[in-house]
Ligand binder design. Structure first.
Ligand SMILES: O=C(O)c1cc(=O)[nH]c(=O)n1[C@@H]1O[C@H](COP(=O)(O)O)[C@@H](O)[C@H]1O
Length: 309
């Protein structure tokens, strides 16, 4: 049975990026913790139930909820990676629903990393499913792909505006193979710049109190030059910056993502934090203590790059 929780959008709320800006200021950090449970990397005591789908879904639930309890006082938002829940079928998606509900109960904003999209008429279904009134997952924001074109983004923008939710459109991804398409030249510009321009126009049209509009952009920490270039060209677009930590991105690499107030970007770290129990420097700590230490370490590291005023 899939649990459909009461809509958290029943009351009038500020726009997503206004809420995110307030949460970043309150927690004094742009760090977002990625909830990317991989069964074989979970602490051993959470893998006692066996490997069938039901047992794995229960392990994901226990791990993710234990993780949220540790990071909730420290960070503004979490980013569940839907792929890991989806691989377990409906059991995993039910676990995801409960994890999102728990995050909301702890006051965390939730970025659903599902990287959805399709032709416009089908995209409406995705927009509704992830951000709509009866969504089983009730994300505050959703990652989406731009590669079906501008009309494919429209249903997401409409729904996000109606629901005070946010979007993060893939602009310059953190993986090396992203350049295969994104760095191609189209006319006098690159594809990623062209996508960036489209996202900026959507955000300019919808800017909220904090100056950022409904469409954010995903820009990888592994491309610091492009990050800095896009920050200048996209002044109304909030960035989600993955690739910090396990993929090699550093605090210095993400420095160009922020505006002069230290806002305008959140930086995701998944494996380096959630599987900190496997890092030599945290040997001997239980997994939640290791998560706490790794989160505090990342917060201190990012404070050197993010001049929050
Ligand atoms: O949209 C994303 O979050 C994303 C975009 C991107 O360009 N690169 C990228 O790594 N991600 C996601 O960010 C997370 C990175 O995880 P770690 O490398 O373990 O910190 C994963 O959930 C990825 O799917």
């Amino acid at each position: 049975m899939l649990i459909i929780h009461a809509s958290r959008f029943d009351t009038i709320m500020p726009a997503f990026f206004d809420r995110l800006a307030a949460a970043v200021k309150q927690k004094r950090t742009p760090l977002v913790v990625g909830v990317d449970p991989r069964y074989k990397s979970l602490p051993a005591d959470l893998r006692q139930g066996g490997e069938d789908l039901e047992a794995q879904a229960q392990a994901f639930r226990d791990f993710s909820i234990g993780l949220l309890d540790v990071v909730a006082p420290l960070v503004p938002a979490v980013k569940p990676q839907v792929a890991f829940f989806e691989q377990l079928g409906w059991r995993g998606m039910q676990a995801l629903s409960e994890v999102v509900q728990h995050a909301h109960n702890l006051g965390l904003l939730v970025i659903a990393d599902a990287k959805r999209n399709d032709i416009g008429s089908t995209a409406e279904g995705y927009a509704d499913g992830w951000l709509g009134e009866q969504s089983a997952w009730q994300g505050d924001a959703l990652t989406i792909s731009p590669y079906l074109g501008d009309d494919s983004l429209e249903p997401f923008v409409r729904t996000a505006e109606q629901r005070d939710a946010g979007l993060f459109v893939l602009v310059k991804t953190s993986n090396p193979g992203g350049k295969f398409l994104q760095d191609l030249t189209a006319g006098d510009t690159t594809i990623y710049s062209k996508v960036g321009k489209l996202v900026e126009s959507l955000s300019n049209d919808t800017a909220g109190d904090c100056g950022y509009g409904v469409a954010g952009a995903v820009v990888g920490a592994t491309y610091p030059e492009q990050l800095t270039e896009l920050r200048t060209r996209m002044p109304h677009t909030w960035f989600l910056v993955p690739g910090y930590g396990s993929q090699g991105g550093t605090a210095a690499d993400v420095a160009g993502a922020f505006d002069s107030s230290g806002l305008g970007a959140v930086v995701n770290s998944s494996r380096a934090i959630i599987f900190a129990h496997a890092r030599d420097e945290f040997a001997g700590l239980d997994w939640q203590a290791a998560v706490e230490k790794a989160t505090q370490q990342a917060i201190a590291d990012l404070a050197t790059a993010c001049p929050l005023s």
